[in-house]
Design a protein around this ligand. Structure first.
Ligand SMILES: [Zn+2]
Length: 192
């Protein structure tokens, strides 16, 4: 079967099955463009290419990005959510961790920069990414103040690759809120 669209709506109400895994995942190796802090990282080829472009732009500004999480399988996500429920309790876990089948990470187009916590926003790489990611097609999925819309609290470290043009549309027509655009595209597709 084909990989899902880069604009596939996935959230607490819109899911993918346990057997969905993108084809041709590219394994992230240690390299000179960006840092990795795990060995089992992989992305869909288009987002991998886009990560390299983003990382090169950061590098040109003297900044090294560190990638902490990328594609996650249904099973991995299931265990991860259970872990956060244990650590933080169910209510908190629901605010910043996705249940299996509902995570953008399963699509292979999203990533988390390190550190995966609020501190990222105040780091030099965090500020650079916040300012520049959209120019390279990376969209902040869970912006500040939209938990009631996205289902998740602000995650300054989590970006989804949607392409430069879609980032421009997101900003121009959807108040720079990715969720609004994805819901619109999903609703529109049903009408075509
Ligand atoms: Zn994430």
């Amino acid at each position: 079967s084909e990989d899902l669209s880069p604009f596939y709506l996935i959230d607490k109400q819109h899911t993918v099955g346990a057997d969905y895994e993108p084809k041709n995942l590219v394994h992230l190796e240690k390299n000179d463009l960006f840092a990795i802090n795990k060995n089992n990282l992989s992305l869909r080829p288009e987002s991998f290419e886009a990560l390299k472009v983003l990382a090169q732009a950061a590098k040109n500004d003297g900044i090294t990005l560190t990638v902490s999480s990328t594609y996650r399988s249904y099973e991995y996500q299931k265990n991860l959510f259970a872990y956060w429920v244990k650590v933080d309790g169910l209510e908190e876990a629901e605010r910043e961790s996705a249940r299996e089948g509902t995570s953008q990470h399963q699509l292979g187009m999203a990533l988390d920069f390190a550190p995966v916590d609020d501190a990222f926003a105040d780091t030099v790489p965090g500020q650079w990414v916040y300012k520049n990611a959209a120019k390279y097609g990376w969209s902040l999925s869970f912006p500040h103040g939209y938990e009631d819309i996205t289902g998740y609290r602000w995650e300054s470290w989590h970006f989804r690759y949607i392409g430069v043009e879609a980032c421009e549309f997101q900003k121009k027509w959807f108040g720079d809120v990715q969720q609004f655009m994805m819901e619109f595209l999903d609703a529109w597709e049903d009408k075509l």
